[in-house]
Design a protein around this ligand. Structure first.
Ligand code: CLF
Ligand code: SF4
Length: 504
């Protein structure tokens, strides 16, 4: 944490304030002869976001979060929410298999901390709104602060009650806050929120959205003022607020929001939500990307969100909530491991991450210098399979998701996360799964993996996607730049060489 609780650590160090909307541009290595690349050296997070997997794209390769589902109630109704729905396999916000008391929550933190050394953040994100359940939320946060003071605390809220609690949040040392802002225009809002609870009564229609928006914006401004890093999540709802989100982004950026996360609406009839039942669709990947491109001019965007559950555990790419739920219950009854022990293990992990970061930065620098010699060529989309640690280290057959980057002379920019069923199940190849994987990799020129079998490699090649194992276990951004330099023809953007996968 910052030595001065009212002031971000970066500001104390004389660097640009962590909540500066231009942070990414300030960080870019402009004096280099090569173009300012987004990743590696230039992509390193500012101090406050350094170990937070959501506030830093780079940190999400190294660190894990734990959500404590202590907040069941909500003070508003969103047309995309139904908290009665529960399915262990469902991955989306608001879903949880278990609600915890503050005491159970602290025991869970201790149990999970003993299992996951990369744990860096404990967040409260539901299943309702944390600030509509202030007693449980603050009791849990206080308990965690006492039990594991090195863990970063995080909150996610709809913002209606933020202004009432922002001082307490700051006093507790919460430096990372997410506010979901889907509109600033009540005319748009009345199609998203049927009602809010305000002044002990239910307010409906446009007036509800007017109050909500006013409170959200005032709460964000106050939180920024108190040195809290604010991320804004906006749910993209085609035909309802998509045309309006650029204005939302500009407004929250002007208030000092650190980053904006445009999340696609998840909507299906079986969820029992208003949107699900009325057929409101979410955006297509293309629509989402186009909106992100438009908004990226005005704000730093988060593009690695996994829209996680209210009881999510682990790195963003691997929710271990199901696996660790039992463990939490078993350990809750037993005396917890001494906090000092788990804190020491976490400190060792952080040291190991710094070493990995140094290695990645060195590799990036070398590649950046080589890239500087490259003439102007068209960008290429390339997917990467990773199981964390910041390297290309996942076997194609085990990948449940691919990270898609756009690679060009300007660097490697993360575009999206594409989920897919994994190809190998218990040692058996799933031929049907390859069709879904090919759909997930649509538009990609290559996929960088640690290993791949002969059969799926052939299917990828037939679909025009080059399976690449030549950069296995290299840092991701340097590997992407190296692939690009070696394989893209000047002037055409076409891959130069034949597929180079080493078949497992
Ligand atoms: Fe949790 Fe949210 Fe904190 Fe992260 S999640 S409270 S900021 S610790 Fe992260 Fe999950 Fe996306 Fe949220 S991937 S849904 S942005
Ligand atoms: Fe559900 Fe969150 Fe909306 Fe409340 S604010 S209705 S918990 S999505």
């Amino acid at each position: 944490m910052s030595p001065d609780p009212g002031r971000p650590a970066d500001a104390a160090a004389g660097a640009p304030a962590a909540n500066c909307a231009f942070q990414r541009r300030c960080d870019a290595p402009s004096p280099r002869p090569s173009p300012p690349l987004s990743g590696g050296e230039g992509g390193l997070p500012p101090a406050l976001a350094r170990n937070h997997p959501c506030f830093s794209e780079e940190a999400h390769h190294h660190f894990a979060r734990l959500h404590l589902a202590v907040a069941p109630g909500c003070n508003i109704q969103c047309h995309y929410c139904n908290r009665k729905f529960d399915c262990a396999a469902e991955r989306r916000p608001g879903v949880t298999s278990e609600r915890l008391t503050p005491e159970q929550a602290v025991a869970r933190v201790q149990a999970v901390a003993a299992e996951i050394p990369e744990l860096s953040v404990v967040g409260i994100a539901g299943p309702g709104d944390p600030l509509a359940n202030p007693a449980a939320t603050f009791a849990a946060l206080e308990g965690v602060r006492r039990a594991a003071p090195d863990l970063t605390l995080c909150l996610s809220t709809n913002g209606l009650a933020l202004l009432d609690h922002v001082e307490r949040i700051a006093e507790l040392g919460v430096r990372h806050l997410t506010v979901t802002v889907n509109m600033t225009d009540p005319e748009v809002g009345e199609r998203i929120y049927p009602w809010i609870i305000w002044g002990r009564r239910r307010v409906r229609g446009r007036e509800a959205s007017r109050i909500l928006s006013e409170r959200q914006l005032a709460g964000i401004a106050r939180a920024v003022d108190r040195g809290i890093l604010v991320k804004v999540n906006s749910v993209v709802i085609p035909g309802v607020n998509d045309h309006h989100l650029l204005a939302v982004v500009r407004r929250v950026r002007a208030l000092g929001a650190f980053t904006v996360n445009l999340v696609p609406l998840i909507s299906a009839p079986e969820h029992g939500t208003h949107y699900g039942l009325t057929g409101q669709r979410g955006p297509t990947p293309g629509e989402l990307e186009a909106l992100q491109e438009a908004c990226a001019v005005d704000a730093k965007l988060m593009r690695h969100c996994r829209q996680c559950r209210a009881d999510a555990v682990g790195r963003l790419s691997q929710d271990r909530s199901g696996e660790l739920a039992e463990l939490g219950r078993a350990r809750a009854a037993a005396p917890p491991a001494p906090a000092r022990t788990t804190a020491e293990i976490r400190a060792e992990h952080r040291q190991a991450v710094e070493i990995a970061r140094l290695r990645a930065r060195r590799a990036w620098r070398e590649e950046a210098n080589r890239m500087a010699q490259l003439p102007e060529v068209a960008p290429a989309r390339v997917a990467v399979a990773t199981r964390g640690g910041g390297t290309v280290n996942q076997h194609f057959g085990h990948a449940e998701e691919f990270i898609v980057y756009e690679v060009s002379r300007k660097g490697a920019q993360l575009l999206s996360i594409r989920r897919a069923e994994h190809y190998c199940r218990g040692g058996d190849a799933e031929d049907e799964a390859i069709d879904g994987i090919l759909r997930a990799l649509e538009g990609c020129r290559a996929v960088l993996v640690a290993k791949i079998g002969r059969c799926p490699a052939g299917r990828l090649e037939a679909a025009g996607i080059e399976p690449v194992t030549a950069h296995a276990f290299q840092p991701i951004e340097a590997a992407l730049l190296a692939w690009y330099r070696e394989n893209v023809q000047p002037g055409t953007g076409a891959a130069a060489s034949a597929p180079q996968a080493e078949v497992a």
